[in-house]
Design a protein around this ligand. Sequence first.
Ligand code: GLP
Length: 242
Amino acid sequence: MAEVVIVGNPEEAGALYGDAAAELIARKPDAVLGLATGSTPLPAYRALAERIAATGLDVSQVRGFALDEYVGLPATHPESYRSVITREVVEPLGLTPELVHVPNGDPATIRTAGEDYEAAIDAAGGVDLQILGIGRTGHLGFNEPGSSFASLTRVKTLTERTRLDNARFFDSLDEVPVHCVTQGLGTILRARHLVLLAFGEGKAEAVAAAVEGPLTASMPGSAVQLHARVTVIVDEAAASQL
Ligand code: GLP
């Protein structure tokens, strides 16, 4: 079973990630970080940024791979995951922008976006430390219910629930893209260490189903049970149905 750590608040969870990531980078200066968007990982990125600033850790060679991207939003759109990762991760951590990858959601090249991204991850030697949030549908990245545990990076259709959840970042629901490119569950499972974070009561059901429920494609989060090294860090509210 996954190691489950219950913390008092998101900042404590962020600190645990910050310690693990800083230790990894100190040991392996060109470490490969798996990055997630959403509000959940923000305290973790903040904690890592603090550690980098406090210790002068050299992060110039650190590489990064984001989980997913919307299809059809220009990379320059403030809510494209390229923009979000630049704003929330690359700039505050001082990473080298060219070393941080986000799937390419440009419709013109979408046919090869998945295989190109898989090739880039392989060329980097795989992801060392993958941070994960979980959607209320149980999605990891944008692997909505029904995604194969063996899936690789590919185009997916977002569920209505996820589009509604993410509409808060856009002016209206109509502006939320319908398609995305996401690492597959099989891609995510190849990372060497998974750290899944979840906060708040709204995530309690998904957390319990992912960590303790049956292994099923209807609950993409349950894929973490197939991984040998998973740390689930949750607050009391998100742990309330465990
Ligand atoms: C988004 C992302 C996921 C993220 C999830 C939860 O749609 N694609 O990677 O884990 O939704 O978001 P939040 O952390 O804001 O609850």
